[in-house]
Design a binder for this molecule. Sequence first.
Ligand code: WQD
Length: 336
Amino acid sequence: MSGGAGFIGSHVTVELIEAGYDVIVADNLSNCDMTCFNGVKKITGREDIPFVKMDFCNPVATELLFDSNQIDAVIHFSGYKAVGESVMDPLKYYKNNLESFINVIESARDHGCSNILFSSSATVYGEPDVLPVTENTPRQPATSPYGNTKQMCEDILRDSVKAYSNIRGIALRYFNPIGAHPSALIGELPRGVPNNLVPFITQTAIGKRECLSVFGDDYPTPDGTCQRDFIDIVDLAKAHVFAVRRMLEGKMKDEYEIFNIGTGKPLSVMELIKGFEKANGVKLNYKIAPRRPGDVTAIWADPSLANKELGWKAERDIEETLAAAWAWEKHIASGE
Ligand code: WQD
């Protein structure tokens, strides 16, 4: 697993191990530390999970990893993910996100690792005309270099599996992953000021931030705030187990498949804030602020293909998810 020590990778590691798979976690730790990996070891009770500190932009190191291990499937998470930063420094994003994935595909192809899972994003849909979005909803031109790298990586995988007959691929398009593991031992650890809504909410609730800004309340939505498909991180992690199993068991219907990973239910920014207050019995200090440039008004998934083909479904309810996010923030604050 590339980029396996981060927010999503660590939750996926837990679910894969609990499903009986052996996992090698590889990460260059450029955007996280060992906190979550250590949490994974505690949750699973497995001190022996292999960890490799390496950069997938280095083709030699990537080769070496595949040379020295028998790898049946690879999940590619590593990549930069700050939308705003990608606009300021696009080459950093193109270089890192494309190079690392190309190296992974090349090494997989050359070492008999047939199965490649890519972590894509709902960002590829841009501002959709029709909601909810299905996998056939046309992708819109990306609004940021970050979003563009997700589209390009999807295309690189699609073209590669078409050309090289010994590999196949799945792209999972995540909607908005939030929450934390119920143990509160792993979760999201943003560096600096969080860009994403839920980390900003939990940091405001705990007093690290003074006030949450709600970016726009004049959108053409029921309450004027943007709508998203917030998907629990544990539910999202479980989707990877189904996808990996589908590949390993040779159940794919096409050499390249795409699945939306979302709940299918829209929630507005304001509903999420109210939900957080209710789930945790806290009051949030928030104010209405101007719209954030680049935000889409509303997007949510039609997850029926993943429900049917993967046999996966989002199960956790939003209150549980927001309680877990809060428990994780308190766990970090406790310094344990
Ligand atoms: C959600 C809503 C904001 C912060 C981004 C990427 C996407 C994916 C996830 C990551 C929006 C509003 C936010 C705040 C607010 N990739 N908001 N106040 O923009 O849907 O998706 O993150 O790796 O590719 O684009 O998620 O959590 O930033 O915002 O009002 O302080 O919350 O305006 O409507 P987004 P988000």
